[in-house]
Design a protein around this ligand. Structure first.
Ligand code: MOS
Length: 743
């Protein structure tokens, strides 16, 4: 609990919790309409080639079949304008654009029938013929000879590396990982004349609307996108995928509502993944541990048509102080689907490589890895030569070390034991970018005594509904159960995408401004309303406290409730819009380096006799500015840490080299961390408001909880087993190389 009675910083249960636990909350595929029909995609069984024929004769004769769409009859669909930040699409190519197959699982047709069962059966009866071509599915990217883009550079890293007394020169690999939100991708398309409403599972309803308007060739005002609740997304639902357009076209042609839900197997090939990265790290240091040189050269895989850069160099330029640095990137095209941002894109795999390298450097130097971080802490952002808005990375390490008991660590491999198991302890730093995105929120006082905030953003399951209600409650003094939060509809004032952990830090400012504006209108109304006790009073002498309008010197309890005033003025409600100024237009935020920080401490238990490894304990300390709701925030970080266990030990999408099919493309075969894999997790927030973020100083949380977990795990694994794993995930095969064969 906070020390004041403010609801900001108070652990607050989800206001939407009852809707979810009672099944009232409607997710995309829960929407049902009269005469609604069902669409099921047909997917390619090759990774590269041409569609030579589509034999629909059997499918067309099956019961309930209404329509089969494919590249010959989909009609005009358009691409989105390249580089338009307000219309970001997932794939360059539009649905069924040509007869070329570029990855296994690409949609080649979609079958629409009266029932889901009929559509599923008919989709299976569509016979696609192909002229296959050689597919490049090589997992390793080491054949790449193409261009490398310089991402960041200072000093002369190669000369400094050559002359450095202590060096690390290693390559670190992260695999393709698949987003596995519980809620499947789904679209329900409903036309009314030339207007379409799309019930979607979208992390950005406003962007989704603009994209679909461009793709369908409609004026933007003719498209509406609704996402009231999401069963998470992890980045996979940031931008539209082709199945949305397929549902929309089918619904238009049939003049009936169409529901299209992907199945879990399709989720592994048609809606993005975190792409494999190969990252070459060179670190040079003096014998005192001071960094002299840093090179970070990375490659990531991408599809045939999409130039997707996994941004691994995001945190590298500013995390540590080093005079000589260069980061380069390159993309390697394979016959796989388009990659997509996945929780902590860029920085999370990038920090895996950088922090793994730092841990190896610490060993070379014979310096404690914690000390190495403190020695190289940065005073300013050396990549932009700007001050940090608010950075407490050192304190994250120091607080975490104390909570974890780091001073009891003995450095020698296999030297720590407990209950017949070998313990390994490792740590790593974390960071994530912060930005304030432009947005608008509408705050309304209603004559029924309730308050309402409306914004065209969405709650992806992180607690957005609750955090927004907290801010409006703080601003107006009204209790949470008098506040309605309306989100997830592109018809609402423009809100940001639920991406980059940026919604909280962005929208709070607009809500606060909207509340201030609405209160000012109430004060003016009090002075202007006939019969009001404040009629003709000076507005500056009228105050507002806890829902009541009162004279500046009057006891607020004797004031007039706003609902009374609205009724007296014959108004149903009164509202005001508030806007958030983007951080890049704010002089206070433009000239500073805006990031969150964290430290991860990991304990693993190793049982060499049976080759069993478990992450047993994680201490995580996060510096993410002011924490609005410690309960929702801790929940985000704990969830991200569990995902980090998956990244470190379990997750990898593996493709059949002959066909390009993901061979572990199901929840049974693709390993994710479950409750049984979850360690004891201790989450601490430092809670320093960031002055560059605006009214509350919140930077937002979520993704940063994943940063640093995997390198802390691999460091702990090395400490326990003596095996340095530089390719995630850590596998039993790696651990069998351990020289420690018994406790
Ligand atoms: Mo997150 S990858 O910004 O949805």
């Amino acid at each position: 609990m906070s020390t004041t009675d403010s609801i900001i910083g108070t652990a607050t249960p989800r206001i939407d919790g009852p809707l979810k636990t009672t099944g009232v909350a409607e997710y995309a595929a829960d929407f049902h309409f009269d005469r609604m029909v069902h669409a099921v995609p047909v997917v390619s069984s090759i990774a590269s080639g041409h569609i030579s024929k589509l034999d629909l004769s059997a499918a067309e004769k099956m019961p309930g079949i209404l329509l089969i769409l494919h590249h010959c009859n989909i009609g005009p669909l358009y691409r989105t304008v390249p580089g338009d930040d307000n219309a970001t699409n997932s794939e360059v190519r539009s649905a069924f654009e040509d007869d070329v197959v570029r990855h296994w699982g690409q949609h080649v047709a979609v079958v629409i029938a009266e029932t889901l069962e009929q559509a599923t059966a008919a989709a299976a009866a569509v016979k696609a013929g192909y002229e296959p071509q050689a597919a490049n599915l090589r997992p390793s990217l080491d054949d790449y000879t193409g261009a490398r883009k310089s991402v960041s550079k200072r000093g002369d890293p190669d000369a400094a590396f050559a002359s450095a007394p202590v060096k690390i020169d290693q390559t670190y690999i992260t695999p393709n990982e698949t987003h596995n939100p519980i809620e499947l991708h789904a679209s329900v398309a409903v036309w009314d004349g030339d207007r379409v409403t799309l019930y979607e599972t979208s992390q950005g309803v406003v962007n989704h609307r603009v994209v679909m308007a461009q793709v369908l060739g409609l004026p933007v005002e003719n498209v509406r996108v609704v996402t009231r609740f999401l069963g998470s997304g992890f980045g996979g639902k940031l931008f539209p995928w082709p199945h949305t357009a397929m549902a929309a076209v089918a619904a238009r042609q049939l003049n009936r509502p169409v529901k299209l839900s992907l199945n879990r197997r399709m989720m592994f090939s048609a809606v993005g993944y975190r792409p494999r990265t190969e990252q070459h790290i060179k670190l040079g240091a003096g014998k005192d541990g001071k960094l002299l040189a840093l090179r970070h050269d990375y490659l990531n895989v991408t599809s045939q048509l999409d130039d997707f850069n996994e941004g691994c160099g995001e945190a590298t330029p500013y995390l540590y102080s080093v005079a000589n640095l260069e980061i380069t990137s390159g993309m390697v095209h394979r016959h796989v689907g388009a990659p997509m941002y996945m929780r902590g894109p860029g920085a999370v795999p990038g920090l895996y490589a950088l922090e793994a390298g730092m841990n190896e450097l610490a060993e070379q130097l014979n310096i404690d890895p914690l000390q190495l971080r403190l020695i190289n802490d940065a005073e300013k952002d050396e990549s932009t030569n700007t001050p940090f808005s608010s950075r407490h990375l050192k304190e994250c390490f120091e607080v975490g070390a104390k909570k974890f008991g780091w001073d009891k660590r003995t450095a020698a491999v296999g030297s720590m034991r407990r209950d017949g198991k070998i313990l390994g302890w490792g740590l790593a730093g974390a960071s994530w970018v912060a930005l304030r995105l432009p947005c608008t929120a509408n705050v309304e006082f209603c004559a029924n005594g309730r308050l309402c905030v409306r914004c065209g953003t969405q709650d992806i399951g992180t607690g957005t509904y609750t955090v927004f209600a907290q801010v409006l409650s703080e601003k107006t003094g009204m209790p949470l159960d008098h506040i309605d939060v309306i989100l997830g509809d592109s018809a609402l004032p423009d809100g940001p995408m639920s991406g980059g952990s940026m919604v909280t830090g962005s929208v709070l400012n607009a809500i606060a401004a909207g509340a201030d504006g609405a209160i000012q209108k109430l004060q003016k109304l009090a002075a202007a309303t006939e019969g009001s006790p404040f009629q003709n009073a000076k507005v500056e002498n009228i105050s507002f406290t806890k829902g009541r309008i009162h004279g500046k010197d009057q006891n607020p309890d004797n004031g007039m409730h706003f609902a009374e005033l609205l009724k007296m003025a014959r108004l149903n409600g009164l509202s005001a819009e508030g806007k958030t100024q983007p951080s890049w237009e704010d002089p206070k935020a433009r000239g500073v380096s805006l990031h969150s920080y964290g430290a991860q401490f990991v304990e693993v238990e190793w049982e060499p006799d049976i080759a069993r490894l478990r992450v047993s304990r994680v201490v995580t300390v996060i510096d993410a500015g002011r924490i609005i709701n410690p309960r929702a925030a801790a929940n985000q970080i704990a969830g991200a840490v569990v995902m980090g266990v998956g990244m470190g030990l379990l997750e990898e999408t593996v493709y059949d080299q002959r066909t390009g099919q993901p061979i572990n493309g199901s929840m049974a075969d693709y390993l994710m961390a479950t409750c049984a894999d979850s360690p004891a997790i201790d989450v601490t927030f430092l809670d320093y408001p960031d002055p560059a973020m605006g009214e509350y100083g919140a930077r937002g949380v979520g993704e940063i909880g994943l940063a640093g977990v995997a390198p802390a795990i691999t460091a702990a694994v090395y400490h326990a087993t003596g095996v340095r794993v530089r390719e995630l995930p850590v596998r039993i095969e790696h651990l069998l190389q351990s020289k420690i064969v018994t406790v």
